[in-house]
Design a binder for this molecule. Structure first.
Ligand code: FES
Ligand SMILES: [Fe+2]
Length: 431
């Protein structure tokens, strides 16, 4: 982030603190239909389109560090195997043998020179090609191996992070992320190392859990002693990107005229990412990557939170902790660095996430009651609306029953790099 942009962001924070209503021209947001959380038709549409057409963060390279290493992955229901190829590429396949459909690998992870199905022994190389079958002559002496390879999924990397897409016609991962890629460069995803990954099952729709991490409106109520003291929610700036991505940047509370936020952890034993700009060092900066990644990013950690549906009323919450691999003088070795989001043993969510998830089950129950008619969202919560607009675009508006659709009221004039608020800053309007 360059100095000029940072200066504008600082002015925008002051503009947000001073405004007495949403910015001029910002649309009134219609209520989100209740059924988007509870109607099985919408859940099926998500399954059929949203999870099939979006890039999904699936693995860190440290989970499959060498050629031959593989992990199995089923976060959207369909069994997938992700494999580190001999030439260093990462490949992803449906974990479905082309003979009679047995899983080709049954372990969660491992390392093998080739992938042999345990049922009848059909064997595939690390590029998914079928290389041998037992008793070939009983199929046909001239059996065609070339059309019986494992079925591939799109698999691309952003630094050390591995993303999947079930749609063969999807744009590239970099095109999907658009301007977010340049902004994230300073966090050096290519140098981040995986330290922890834990999973927790929650009793609520996945979007209920995710939305608790997509606005700061809840901060004074839910986090009075944890987040609220270090985050000035009135100075938060939301930014919207194409494809449903979003960003928030909130400074610390002003003390003696500066915006330096107090750190909750001592800096010295932790590796630092030296390229992170002033905003990442002093503000709470968090990106939502559509559809289900939310991550604060700083000069210390890359700790994404991922939300996966396990049914319409339950979800799996994955919490990841990554640190910069290079370390800094005096930093602890990687294996001594703590998980960010959990108790030290990784068994339970830490306090902040317990606060965020505490009402999930109760919200689910009341959303399923007659007393729930829909969701009015404020300007502060506009990233949630933006996400929903893009969800409908990905699903295809015509595929969605009218009573479950959201109106496309936020126009492209609000998408990065456009931002009518920045024009106000240029005109010197901020309070
Ligand atoms: S099902 Fe895999 S070899 Fe038969
Ligand atoms: Fe929160």
């Amino acid at each position: 982030m360059d100095k000029e942009y940072i200066a504008k962001l600082r002015l925008l924070m002051e503009y947000e603190a001073a405004r007495e209503q949403p910015p001029e021209g910002f649309p009134k947001l219609p209520d989100l239909p209740a059924g988007r959380y509870t109607d099985p038709r919408f859940f099926e549409l998500e399954k059929k389109y949203l999870w099939k057409k979006s890039w999904l963060f699936a693995a860190h390279i440290d989970e499959l560090p060498e050629p031959g290493c593989f992990i199995t992955w089923e976060n959207t229901g369909e069994p997938v195997v992700i494999v580190h190829d001999r030439d260093g590429a990462i490949n992803a396949f449906y974990n479905t043998c082309r003979h009679r459909g047995a899983p080709v690998v049954t372990e969660e992870s491992g390392r093998r020179p080739s992938l042999a199905c345990k049922y009848h022994g059909w064997t595939y190389d690390l590029t998914g090609e079928l290389i041998s079958i037992r008793d070939q002559a009983d199929f046909a002496p001239d059996f065609d191996f070339s059309c019986r390879g494992l079925i591939r999924l799109r698999c691309e990397r952003f630094g050390n992070l591995v993303f999947l897409n079930f749609d063969p016609d999807a744009p590239t991962l970099m095109d999907w992320l658009g301007p977010v890629v340049d902004e994230l460069t300073e966090f050096q995803f290519e140098n981040c190392r995986l330290v922890g990954k834990q999973r927790f099952d929650l009793e609520c729709n996945w979007k209920i859990a995710m939305e608790a991490n997509t606005e700061v409106y809840h901060v004074p109520n839910i986090h009075p002693t944890t987040v609220a003291p270090i985050l000035d929610d009135r100075r938060n700036v939301n930014t919207f990107y194409a494809n449903g991505h979003g960003r928030m940047i909130a400074p610390g509370h002003q003390r003696n005229g500066d915006n330096e936020r107090p750190r909750t952890i001592n800096r010295s034993p932790f590796p630092r990412i030296d390229t992170v700009s002033e905003i990442g060092r002093t503000c709470t900066q968090s990106y939502g990557l559509f559809p289900n990644w939310v991550s604060p990013l700083s000069d210390q950690t890359i700790p994404p939170l991922l939300f996966w549906p396990t049914s319409i009323r339950t979800c799996r919450f994955e919490v990841w902790t990554m640190y910069h691999g290079e370390g800094s003088a005096g930093a602890l070795p990687l294996d001594q660095l703590p998980n960010i989001w959990t108790t030290p043993d990784g068994a339970e969510l830490g306090q902040v996430l317990q606060e965020d998830t505490q009402f999930g089950e109760a919200i689910q129950k009341s959303m399923e009651s007659t007393g729930f008619e829909g969701v009015p969202l404020s300007y502060q919560e506009a990233r949630i609306y933006h996400w929903n607009q893009w969800a409908d675009r990905i699903i295809g508006e015509d595929n969605i029953p009218e009573e479950l659709r959201v109106a496309q009221v936020m126009g492209d004039e609000w998408l990065m790099p456009n931002d009518p608020r920045m024009a106000l800053i240029d005109e010197g309007v901020p309070g």
